[in-house]
Design a protein around this ligand. Structure first.
Ligand code: GLV
Length: 324
């Protein structure tokens, strides 16, 4: 008999077809958000699952699934998974690094350019019929070219954001716990600086850190106060890395020029204060959302699950201790 698996959110039919070659699939093509209780119920009789960043794979969920062997996230971030609990239960966990780097870096740039040139507010103004005539001094934005691009978190996505800075002849600085090897720094034309220098010097600060208790509110009131009032903050990482209340206050008081945000604390709910600001570009967590990339992510997760349940080490294993 084929192992039973759960696909916790809607995916492309091609992915379900591929999984059905190997497994008995319980899908969720209606795309209900299962939540902890729903996951517990649906995972109880499963050997594995494809999960999204919205699926809380907690210790309780894992304990309720005695036959569970693999949790394969179709996301690069995996803060929705209690990795320690997985390891204790001998459940392997995987993510989808690599396939989404360029698409997510592109979105960082879309937000960067939108906030720099005030596109969302200008478009709202145009749509509202407020454009009565062209003026020389109208909708003045910030220059991107030759500005300083700062990147906090210099993994694969951070490096992809940095490389794009060359096209705008930007000065690129970054901060990361570990410094990149010289060849990678050269490929990104980026210079390592300490965190305070990054905050003080960046004209555009892009956050590309994984979320963990250690990065919770790593950008709060004190950090925002170090930034230039002309600077823009871009968050394509995770809600909770930025203290949204402190950010709203800085943007409202123009202690910060603008922000481009793809992620929010408590999303899909978010602080309504953002809606009152005209100096933000907001997106509903769509960093990796191109058709090709979302397909690649789902297929990567499927590959991981097929490997894990057929006794092969999954390519994107997060907890090698569970494999041993
Ligand atoms: C999306 O947010 C991801 O982590 O892939």
């Amino acid at each position: 008999m084929k192992p039973r698996i759960l696909v916790a959110r809607e995916v492309f039919p091609e992915v379900i077809d591929r999984l059905q070659e190997h497994f008995e699939v319980d899908d969720n093509q209606a795309d209900l958000v299962l939540g902890g209780e729903g996951l517990k119920a649906r995972l109880a009789d499963k050997a594995g699952a494809l999960t999204a960043a919205t699926d809380p794979v907690t210790a309780e969920v894992i304990a309720a699934a005695p036959g569970l062997k693999a949790i394969c996230n179709f996301a690069v971030g995996y803060n929705n998974i209690d990795l320690a609990a997985c390891t204790r239960a001998g459940v392997v966990a995987t993510n989808t690094p690599g396939v989404l780097d360029d698409t997510t870096a592109d979105l960082a740039w879309a937000l960067l350019m939108a906030t720099a040139r005030r596109l969302p507010a200008a478009e709202r103004w145009l749509r509202n019929g407020e454009w009565k005539g062209w003026q020389f001094i109208q909708w003045l934005g910030s220059d991107i070219h030759h500005a300083t691009l700062g990147i906090l978190g210099m993994g694969r996505i951070g490096q992809a954001v940095a490389r794009r800075g060359a096209g705008f002849e930007m000065k690129v600085i970054y901060h990361n716990r570990t410094r990149l090897p010289a060849d990678k720094e050269a490929a990104c034309r980026a210079r390592w600086v300490d965190k305070d220098t990054l905050l003080r010097e960046a004209d555009f600060l892009v956050l590309v850190l994984p979320y963990s208790p250690a990065t919770h509110h790593i950008i709060g009131a004190a950090e925002l106060a170090l930034m230039k009032p002309t600077a823009h903050l871009i968050n394509i990482a995770r809600g909770g890395i930025v203290d949204d209340e402190a950010l709203i206050s800085a943007l409202r008081q123009r202690r910060l020029s603008g922000a481009g945000l793809d992620v929010f604390e408590g999303e899909p709910k978010f602080n309504p204060g953002f809606l009152e600001l005209d100096n933000v570009a907001l997106a509903p967590h769509i960093g990796s959302s191109s058709r090709a990339t979302r397909m690649a992510m789902a297929m990567t997760a499927a590959d991981n699950l097929i490997a894990a349940l057929s006794g092969q080490r999954p390519p994107n294993l997060l907890n090698p201790d569970a494999w041993r």
